[in-house]
Design a binder for this molecule. Structure first.
Ligand code: BGC
Length: 929
């Protein structure tokens, strides 16, 4: 999306053809229908570091946020009180902010006594309105607990098994210890991590579930740990603490090449349990040399390649039997002191279960289960007894034309390995089974080797995703658009598991460009604040010393495997990808008012832009060098060297063609992003009060803009290589003067029309295409593209039966064979347009303090509705259009202001907290596609 959020009607005051109604008559606002704000209510929805009652706050200065119930008066001041101990008024006072003037119900940083490790805290808040002398009532107490804030409190050691004898000897570790307790537990907390993915158990209780933790970080620098409430799991007497560790991201296959052991070849576990007993004593249990290690039924487990399981091996004894099973011996303590940090995002969980839509036999005789939905997760299957019989479950997104499972459709897959395949040796008894340490991207499962036919009651799909709170909805009268949005939501859920990835099948890497383009849209589905803050922390941690940003984060490198390859360092400067360093924090600021992420990421952003600046100044393409004539106004600001992915995957361009194209034409894209990031950085510096930097980066952006114009804006008004994305970028980034814009828009429209009303944009520009057209006064063209049903278009996929978003526009080649990933959210970024333009609800000031409501009535739609959970509360815009009028209902949360634009030529109406109805006559043809 363009840097400054957009309200089509607000921006296009001068565009005559769209302002069909010019008089003020006919616009009515029914304030009577709204609930008058008249009272100060107790704040609700209290969150600490964006989370609800977290158990593992890793910072000494957490941030508090709350919301006011609908109908409350706006906040003018607040007071926060924090107590240590039992999290109530009876606790020990830790902080009283006193009355603080402030209208934002978020971003309030703890400033009390130094927080202690592993402690329970409670906090509450009350607010004053602008009109009342007295505060409103206190909220209920919310709680948070700190993790291990003082590194010296870690007494646990990393425990492991014997070093692997060979590269193929990647066994799953089974670890355990026994603990005798003299009395029942009144409070128990476990802090657990692993080098690999683990499941942690106490007396057989699975405390981790399918969380696939620890998530992926630059493991050389830090590993995340999780906290568990284990109060109920322990008992007086003998207890068994156990843990299994699979390869996870640490030793498991990574990236395009599926390389294993990137971070190390020895998995390990780490456990520290603090128990308060009923008799007043405390017990600490830590992983150390007293622990035992053994084997279990999972022989090997890899995130990509799947699990190998021997169901003949017992699975109860190591979890519950106080006596040591014979296959266990002493664990080895590793001499490893790597940094541990608290995991501060919602866990990966099962979010849904799917029943098979069909189960059939392909001509090979293998059974094919179709879940009717592409997703990321695993299966749960009922397996019969059959000792020694091998059953193979192979997962894929697509079938071949002959009805067999297609595992060759993705370019470069390591298909000769056991990719996305779980392999089981059946046991002595029938059992339900699900893998622990793998995740697949699939819609179909091929079941091979199973004696007998599967029935629909024997298998289900377990959908896994991070449990990010829902934060937005959309509906409209055209069900195809609703379906499109649903597909995007599935792609989001599938790729927001560990860290945001490109796809859940092939490389599963945290590509910076993909999340850069998709992040604004993701906020219209779920609360991504904590999730993307985490991503940015990893990004900054792996930024190269000179400021370059790896193209995926984590960068899939470590000292164990030799550090970053030259090729990866070379591509770590790609325009549109590395710019995530600046554009992602800005997205979090725009949608959540998140100033602290700007502060935290500031060194990372400046390092990125500063390295672009140096590169532009110091390096020149060969043609410029040969030309010799230095133009001091242009030369130092052109970014025409270095590797850039460029627009990437325009329709009809495969990977190779995209790279070749970019090698020839990247300067126009790269210099535009250089300008855009420098200007955004200047805005960020302004927000942070860094005035000198704000001026410096603004001047840099101005110079770069002039250089871009001198190099890429041709005398005849053509831009760059005269492709759709050249115009989209130029218009979205403000690279053209006001009077140059109409010609650029006309040319963009001509190119679209020459393509028979089809888009020709790739990864970078597609999300900006429709907003640019609407802002430029061509909603008719935007509607035609949005509703286009032949390829390339969004609805083509929908009409082809897609259930997620495809990586390429076609998804299949001309022979009808599937090609490339079928679950990439990047092109799905368009659905931000549905919320922000079609329903018309978009932030105008950070965190929706002011938001625009600017419905785009047209495209044959008779209604549209969107709601967003803003930091102030739920906001919504819902319109219904008849032949003669448009009726709009707007909900404004307390403390926020809506600016309603009706497109009638009237100035926007400002609406405050409550629900309002606005009606205006429908202009002929306005917005019609
Ligand atoms: C990924 C993309 C990524 C791209 C880089 C692909 O392999 O799947 O989504 O952004 O490479 O251009």
């Amino acid at each position: 999306m363009s840097a400054s959020p957009h309200c089509a009607y607000a921006r296009r005051a001068s565009v005559k053809r769209l302002t069909g109604v010019s008089s003020t008559a006919g616009t009515r606002t029914f304030l009577g229908a709204m609930k008058e704000t008249c009272m100060l209510c107790a704040p609700v929805d209290l969150r600490t570091d964006t989370l609800d009652s977290p158990l593992c706050i890793g910072s000494r200065s957490p941030e508090f946020a709350w919301r006011l119930p609908a109908g409350s008066e706006a906040q003018a001041a607040y007071q926060v009180q924090v107590t240590a101990g039992d999290g109530s008024a009876a606790g020990e006072p830790a902080w009283d902010s006193g009355r603080v003037t402030g209208t934002e119900p978020f971003g309030v940083t703890y400033e009390g006594t130094s927080l202690m490790s592993c402690r329970h805290y409670g906090w509450r808040v009350r607010v004053w309105s602008g009109t009342e002398q007295d505060p409103g009532p206190w909220s209920e107490y919310a709680s948070f607990e700190t993790g291990v804030l003082d590194p010296e409190r870690w007494a646990a050691r990393w425990v492991s098994g014997p070093a692997p004898a060979a590269k193929t000897d990647y066994r799953v570790l089974y670890l355990r210890a026994t603990v005798d307790l003299p009395a029942p537990v009144v409070r128990g907390r476990a802090y657990v991590s692993a080098l690999g993915w683990y499941r942690f158990f106490v007396n057989g209780h699975d405390l981790t579930g399918p969380a696939l933790v620890p998530r992926w970080t630059p493991f050389d620098q830090y590993v995340e740990y999780q906290a568990y409430d284990v109060t109920e799991a322990f008992r007086a007497g003998g207890n068994v603490v156990s843990m299994a560790v699979g390869d996870g991201r640490f030793r498991g296959a990574n990236g395009l090449t599926g390389k294993q052991a990137v971070y190390g070849d020895r998995t390990a576990g780490l456990v520290q349990v603090h128990l308060d007993l009923e008799d007043g004593s405390t017990v600490t249990v830590v992983s150390d040399g007293s622990w035992q290690v053994g084997t279990g039924r999972i022989r090997a487990a890899d995130p990509m390649f799947g699990e190998r399981v021997d169901l003949r091996v017992p699975d109860e004894d190591w979890l519950t039997s106080y006596a040591l099973p014979a296959r266990f011996g002493p664990a080895e303590v590793l001499d490893d002191r790597r940094t541990l940090i608290a995991e501060d995002v919602p866990a990966v969980c099962e979010i849904e279960r799917l029943s098979p839509r069909t189960i059939s036999r392909a001509s090979s005789g293998r059974q094919i289960v179709d879940f009717g939905q592409n997703f990321a997760g695993v299966v749960r299957i009922r397996l019969p007894a059959g000792p020694g019989t091998t059953v193979r479950l192979t997962h894929s997104e697509v079938l071949r034309k002959d009805g067999e499972l297609d595992i060759d459709y993705i370019h470069g897959l390591p298909v000769n390995r056991w990719y996305q395949r779980d392999e089981l040796l059946l046991g002595d008894e029938a059992t339900w089974w699900s893998p622990w340490f793998t995740i697949h991207g699939f819609r179909y499962v091929e079941v091979d080797g199973l004696p007998g036919d599967l029935s629909a009651q024997d298998i289900e799909g377990i959908v896994l995703s991070s449990t990010l709170p829902d934060a937005g909805g959309f509906d409209c009268s055209d069900q195809r658009l609703v379906r499109l949005r649903r597909n995007v939501s599935w792609s989001l859920r599938s790729n927001f598991t560990d860290t945001p990835t490109d796809c859940p099948t092939r490389e599963r890497s945290g590509w910076t460009g993909d999340i850069q383009v998709f992040a604004p849209t993701s906020t219209t589905f779920v609360d991504v604040q904590a999730y993307l803050r985490r991503y940015l922390r990893n990004l900054a941690a792996e930024q190269l010393p000179d400021g370059r940003v790896p193209v995926f984060v984590p960068a899939e490198v470590s000292s164990f495997s030799g550090g970053m390859a030259k090729l990866m360092r070379m591509v770590a400067q790609s325009a549109g990808w590395g710019d995530a360093a600046v554009l992602l924090p800005w997205t979090l600021y725009r949608y959540y008012g998140d100033r602290s992420v700007l502060e935290r990421q500031y060194p990372s952003m400046t390092a990125w832009v500063d390295q672009l600046t140096r590169r532009a100044r110091e390096k020149r393409r060969i043609n410029r060098r040969l030309r010799g004539s230095a133009n001091p106004d242009v030369d130092p600001f052109l970014l025409d060297t270095g590797f850039h992915f460029g627009e990437w995957l325009r329709p009809g361009q495969g990977f190779a063609a995209s790279i070749l194209d970019s090698m020839r034409h990247s300067p126009v894209t790269a210099t535009a992003y250089f300008e855009h990031s420098a200007r955004t950085l200047s805005d960020i510096a302004t927000v942070l009060g860094r005035d000198a930097d704000a001026t410096r980066y603004r001047e840099l952006a101005d110079h770069t803009r002039s250089a871009w114009r001198a190099a890429f804006l041709h005398d005849d008004g053509r831009v760059g290589t005269d492709r759709q994305d050249d115009y989209v970028r130029a218009l979205a980034f403000g690279l053209l003067e006001h009077d140059e814009r109409p010609a650029a828009v006309d040319r963009l429209v001509a190119l679209i029309e020459e393509a028979d009303d089809h888009l020709a944009t790739g990864f970078l520009s597609t999300p900006m295409l429709l907003p640019v057209l609407v802002d430029a006064g061509r909603p008719d063209v935007a509607w035609r593209l949005l509703l286009q049903t032949t390829t390339p278009s969004w609805l083509y996929q929908v009409e082809q039966g897609a259930t997620t978003v495809w990586e390429t526009w076609n998804g299949y080649n001309t022979k009808g064979e599937a090609k490339e990933s079928h679950n990439h959210y990047a092109f799905g970024a368009v659905v931000g347009f549905l919320t922000e333009y079609v329903a018309g609800l978009s932030p105008a000031e950070p965190g929706y303090r002011v938001f625009d409501v600017c419905p785009l009535v047209g495209g044959g739609l008779t209604s549209a509705r969107a709601e967003v959970q803003t930091p102030y509360g739920a906001a919504s815009s819902s319109w219904v259009a008849s032949e003669s009028k448009v009726t709009l209902e707007v909900t404004v949360p307390p403390g926020s202001t809506a600016r309603v634009h009706t497109g009638t030529g009237n100035p926007p109406q400002e609406l405050r907290s409550g629900t309002h109805t606005v009606v205006w006559p429908r202009a002929e043809k306005r917005g019609q596609g």
